[in-house]
Design a protein around this ligand. Structure first.
Ligand code: TRH
Length: 373
């Protein structure tokens, strides 16, 4: 059994919800495995809807407090995690070093993890778990380690709670849809939308309005925030032709999973919702966080290479993540026919099965720091 350790996870919210979404999910997952977690966040407001109940074993602390510490918080930290390259507050590091030197004997330095962004690109396997000596400041001589989430056994894996499969097995999709005010007739196709502002969105909505999903009506469940803003900007009636559009309130992370499990296709964005959609095992379309240097294109290609999706699914992905050229017209979404759809569904289940066979991120992290301690 790995030791129960005191973790300090640091999260800066840059924009959107992914930074906090991942850090919260990791904190909760570690705590559910017997670890103690302090989560330091500079902007925690989104937790009021993402995690309204909090989680046993996770203590939320304001980042600002860590910037003015003069004494290390107790119990003493044993693992420090800087998420997505956020630098640990200097006062926290200084106080931690001072406390460690003040302890009798040779108290080990805490493990120091730099948790990176998720990608399927080859550099992830090369860089995963590499050490990086700290050269300057009070912690000079200590060592950080890079920890890369990923999709192969030679990476840090994906966040996957120990009870995920049990929760999925007892989930009642029609009852959940009804609880959201959505009709759950068997012939209707349910689709979820969590996106930025994809240029191809109006074309997709028009397709569904006119042709549905192979002639079947489509319920589009639209998440709160930017996705709903993007749908409103299309200026379509909520209920016309074969498309019915349902705006959702902000959901907790647990309910967000339910949304993805209840749908036949999930359009997701960013990092955390991608992983959740993978566990849902349904066809998914991923909108990547767009980067000015076009780096998201390589990231998308590497992700698509994990499966053999039908060409129209790949073309949909390309239309959903166009090269950023000002004034370019939106690519149409090539809608899969019945055969391509069945192929896409099978690929989604196959990728889920392969990923389920790998160790998850929280247990890999626990094993890593336990071994190095
Ligand atoms: O919000 P995002 O676009 O976050 C992004 C990415 O993480 C990206 O990699 C990062 O660089 C950028 O932020 C700064 O997408 P993501 O990662 O899917 O995070 C969304 C979180 O919000 C996820 O934890 C799910 C949660 N969520 C809910 O729990 N309920 C909801 O109703 C909604 C809309 C989201």
């Amino acid at each position: 059994m790995p030791r129960a350790l005191q973790w300090d996870i640091f999260c800066r919210v840059i924009d959107n919800h992914g930074d906090l979404g991942v850090c919260w999910r990791l904190s909760r997952d570690l705590a559910s495995r017997g670890q103690r977690v302090r989560l330091w966040v500079d902007e925690p407001r989104a937790l009021s809807w993402m995690a309204p109940q909090g989680a046993p074993g996770v203590q939320l602390r304001p980042w600002q407090e860590a910037e003015t510490l003069t004494e290390a918080p107790q119990p003493a930290t044993q693992v420090m995690v800087e998420a997505f390259g956020c630098e640990l507050p200097a006062a926290f590091v200084a106080a931690t070093v001072q406390a460690q030197r003040g302890r009798p004997g040779h108290a080990p330095a805490p493990a120091w993890i730099n948790l990176e962004y998720l990608s399927a690109e080859p550099y992830v396997e090369r860089n995963h778990a590499l050490p990086s000596p700290v050269l300057l400041g009070p912690a000079a001589g200590w060592t950080k380690h890079f920890f890369y989430p990923g999709f192969t056994p030679r990476t840090g894996g994906l966040l996957r709670e120990a009870d995920l499969l049990t929760r999925q097995a007892s989930f009642d999709a029609p009852a959940w849809l009804v609880s959201q005010g959505v009709a759950a007739e068997a012939h209707t196709v349910q689709a979820s939308l969590f996106c930025y502002e994809p240029a191809a969105l109006p074309g997709l909505l028009t397709h569904w309005r006119q042709a549905g999903h192979h002639g079947r009506p489509v319920n589009l469940l639209v998440t709160a925030g930017r996705a709903w803003g993007a749908v409103q900007a299309c200026g379509l009636p909520l209920n016309e032709g074969l498309l019915r559009i349902h705006p959702l309130p902000y959901l907790s992370q647990l309910e967000f999973d339910h949304l993805l499990w209840a749908c036949d296709i999930n359009l997701v964005r960013g990092e955390d919702s991608l992983v959740r959609a993978l566990w849902a095992g349904k066809p998914l379309v991923w909108q990547l966080y767009p980067q000015d240097d076009g780096a998201h294109e390589d990231k998308l290609r590497a992700f698509l290479d994990l499966s053999t999706l039908p060409p129209c699914a790949q073309a949909w992905q390309a239309a959903w993540n166009p090269v950023q050229t000002p004034g370019a017209t939106a690519l149409p979404v090539p809608y899969p026919d019945a055969q391509a759809w069945a192929h896409w569904q099978a690929q989604a289940l196959d990728l889920r099965d392969r990923l389920l066979a790998q160790d998850d991120l929280a247990s890999q992290l626990i094993g890593f720091v336990d071994k190095s301690g």
